[in-house]
Design a protein around this ligand. Structure first.
Ligand SMILES: [Zn+2]
Length: 543
C-alpha cells in the first residue's frame, strides 16, 4: 500500500528512523471490520455508484452510495461499514426504507424478506456529515482540507488502514473488490475534482460543478479517492517499444504546470522497466495518472497520489513516483486478501524499487540501494500480520524492507534469473485483478520454483530472528576446513549459500540446521566473508 515516510529519506539522504515498535491490541471494531462474518460472505459487491456533494467551507459531505451486489447465501441481513461519526439519512431497497442497527463502524441492515441466492440487487445508502480529518496523512487517514500556495482549497482523502468506510459506506474488507466503480462528485464552482479512472462527464450549475468518473476494473475500496483543487491536466503518452500507446495524465496545481511536464518524464522509463519485469500496465482503459496531493503519496489506482514536492533523489528519480506506481502491479492488480497479508503488496512494491534501480543502472547499484533499505529492518514483529482483524501496523516497517530483502534473498536462493523473473510475471498474470492470501502465493511460488519454499517464507514472515550462518575455520594436519550450519527458528529452514572464494572459485553450500564440513584451500580461509549483500542472513564465527 503506501510508502512510510522514512522511505522518502531513502532518496540517499541521511536517514532518521522514527518508528517505535508497539504491541497492537485489537478492538471489537477491528474484528467487525477485519473478519469475514456470514453477514459479509453472504453477498458479493460488483459495483459502487458513489455520488457526493463536498462543501469545503463546512468540511461537510452528503450524498448516496448505491451498492450493487449478488447474493451468495440467502439472507435477510447484511453488514455494511460506515464511520460512526457520519449520519445515515436513509437506506432504500426497491424504494422502501430499510431498518438497520449500528455497532461501532458497522451497519447491520435488515431486509423485509429473504434475498434469494444468485439474485442481483442494490441498495441506496444516503448519508452525510463531517468525515474525520487526517492527523498525519497518509498514515493516519481521513480528509485533508488544505489550501494551496495561492489560498485556494486543496482537498484530498487518504484512508488505507482506516478504511474507505471512514468516508463512504461499503463492504470494507480487502477480499471483496467491486468489478468497477462510478464516482460523481459535486464541488464548488471554480474547483476541479479528480477521481480514479476516466472523466466521463462534467456538468456545471449555478454554484457547483459535477464530475462523473468511471473505473473500468476491480479496485480496492481504499484506492477510491477524490482530489479537489485548482488543477490543470497535462496529457502525455507512453509509446511502447512495440508501438502501442498508454495514455498518461498528470494533474497538478496550476502554478506547477510548467515544471510538471518535464518532471514527470521519469514516468516513461519507469513504465518501460515495470512492464518488462511485471507485464503490461494492468489498467489500460483507465490510463496511468498522477494527481498532486497535499499529502506525501498513496497508490490510488489510476489516480496515484503524489505529494513529494518535485524532489528527486541522488539517482535522479522521485521514489514516491516509483513506489506508488509499482503498486499498480503489486497491490492494485494483485491484491492481498486480508489485512494480515499486506506484506504481499508492500514487500513486492519495495523490492520493485530496487528492480527499477537495476533496470536503469545495474545490479550493483541496486544492491547498494537494497543495503540502504536493510538499515531499516527492525525484526521486532513478524512481517505477516494476524488475519481477520483490521491489522494496519504502520509503525513497523518490516513488511516493506524485510519483505524486500526476503525477495532479494529468494532470487539468490533460486540462482536462476530467468526463472525468478518469470515467477514475478506469472504471479501478475495468474492473479491479475484478484485477491490472494499468503498460503496460496507461497504454494504458487514453490510450484513455479520447483522447491518447497514454505520453511523459507515461514522463517522470514513469521519469525523475527535473522537466520545465522554459523561457521568455524579449522586446520587439521595440512588440511583446511569450513564447518558450518544455518541457525533459524523455523524447522526445516535450509538455503543454498553461494560463496565466492579468494581463489576465484565459487562453491554452493546447502546450509541447514546440522553442522557440515567442507575442505577448502588455505588461502580461501583468509578474509573469509559471508555474502550478506545477497542473502538476508547474519554470519557468526564460532570459536
Ligand atoms: Zn507502499
Amino acid at each position: 500500500m503506501h510508502l512510510r515516510f522514512f522511505s522518502i529519506i531513502l532518496s540517499f539522504l541521511f536517514i532518521y528512523h522514527c518508528g517505535q515498535a508497539q504491541t497492537k491490541s485489537f478492538t471489537r471494531h477491528d474484528t467487525l471490520r477485519g473478519s469475514l462474518s456470514p453477514l459479509r460472505t453472504c453477498y458479493d459487491v460488483h459495483f459502487y455508484n458513489l455520488k457526493l456533494k463536498i462543501d469545503p467551507d463546512k468540511k461537510y459531505i452528503n450524498g448516496c452510495n448505491s451498492i450493487y451486489f449478488k447474493i451468495i447465501e440467502p439472507t435477510t441481513r447484511i453488514q455494511i461499514d460506515l464511520s460512526s461519526r457520519l449520519k445515515i439519512d436513509s437506506i432504500l431497497f426497491h424504494n422502501e426504507t430499510l431498518n438497520y442497527e449500528r455497532d461501532s463502524n458497522a451497519v447491520f441492515i435488515n431486509f423485509k424478506k429473504v434475498l434469494a441466492q444468485t439474485s442481483s440487487d442494490s441498495i441506496s445508502f444516503f448519508y452525510s456529515g463531517n468525515p474525520i480529518e487526517a492527523k498525519n496523512p497518509p498514515w493516519d487517514g481521513g480528509f485533508v482540507w488544505a489550501k494551496d500556495a495561492i489560498g485556494k482549497p486543496w482537498i484530498g482523502v487518504a484512508c488505507e488502514g482506516d478504511g474507505a468506510s471512514l468516508w463512504w459506506p461499503c463492504k470494507d474488507h480487502p477480499s471483496d473488490e467491486p468489478d468497477s466503480v462510478q464516482t460523481i462528485f459535486s464541488v464548488p464552482k471554480g474547483l476541479k475534482c479528480i477521481s480514479n479512472g476516466n472523466l466521463e462527464q462534467e456538468v456545471c450549475d449555478k454554484d457547483f460543478h459535477t464530475y462523473r468518473w468511471k473505473v473500468h476494473y476491480p479496485i480496492n475500496n481504499y484506492n477510491v479517492t477524490l482530489n479537489i483543487g485548482n488543477y490543470t491536466e497535462i496529457k502525455d503518452e507512453y509509446i511502447r517499444p512495440d508501438g502501442t500507446i498508454l495514455d498518461l495524465r498528470y494533474y497538478v496545481l496550476l502554478q506547477n504546470e510548467d515544471k510538471a511536464m518535464e518532471y514527470f518524464q521519469q514516468v516513461k522509463p519507469m513504465l518501460k522497466c515495470f512492464e518488462e519485469y511485471f507485464g503490461k500496465y494492468p489498467f489500460p482503459k483507465d490510463g496511468y495518472a498522477i494527481v498532486e496531493t497535499p499529502y506525501l503519496g498513496m497508490e490510488h489506482q489510476s489516480a496515484i497520489a503524489y505529494g513529494n514536492k518535485f524532489r528527486k533523489n541522488m539517482l535522479g528519480y522521485d521514489y514516491i513516483v516509483i513506489h506508488e506506481s509499482a503498486h499498480e502491479w503489486w497491490g492494485n492488480n494483485v491484491s492481498a486478501c486480508d489485512h494480515g497479508d499486506l506484506w504481499i503488496q508492500e514487500s513486492f512494491t519495495t523490492y520493485a524499487e530496487a528492480l527499477f534501480v537495476e533496470c536503469i543502472f545495474d545490479f550493483n547499484t541496486s544492491v547498494n540501494y537494497l543495503l540502504r533499505q536493510r538499515n531499516y529492518i527492525k525484526n521486532s514483529e513478524p512481517v505477516k500480520g494476524p488475519s481477520n482483524v483490521n491489522y494496519h501496523y504502520w509503525k513497523d516497517s518490516d513488511m516493506y524492507y524485510k519483505g524486500s530483502w526476503m525477495l532479494h534473498t529468494l532470487r539468490s536462493v533460486l540462482d536462476n534469473d530467468s526463472l525468478w523473473f518469470s515467477i514475478l510475471k506469472d504471479i501478475q498474470q495468474q492473479y491479475s485483478q484478484k485477491q490472494i492470501c499468503s498460503d496460496e502465493l507461497i504454494n504458487f511460488i514453490s510450484q513455479k520454483g520447483m522447491i518447497n519454499l514454505r520453511p523459507f517464507f515461514n522463517q522470514y514472515l513469521l519469525h523475527t530472528d535473522i537466520p545465522a550462518f554459523e561457521y568455524k575455520l579449522k586446520r587439521k594436519k595440512n588440511k583446511f576446513y569450513l564447518v558450518y550450519r544455518m541457525r533459524a527458528s523455523e524447522n526445516g529452514f535450509s538455503i543454498p549459500i553461494k560463496l565466492k572464494l579468494q581463489s576465484g572459485k565459487t562453491i554452493t553450500l546447502i546450509a541447514d540446521q546440522v553442522f557440515k564440513k567442507v575442505e577448502l584451500e588455505e588461502n580461501d580461509l583468509k578474509d573469509f566473508k559471508i555474502p550478506t549483500d545477497l542473502y538476508y542472513i547474519s554470519g557468526e564465527k564460532l570459536n
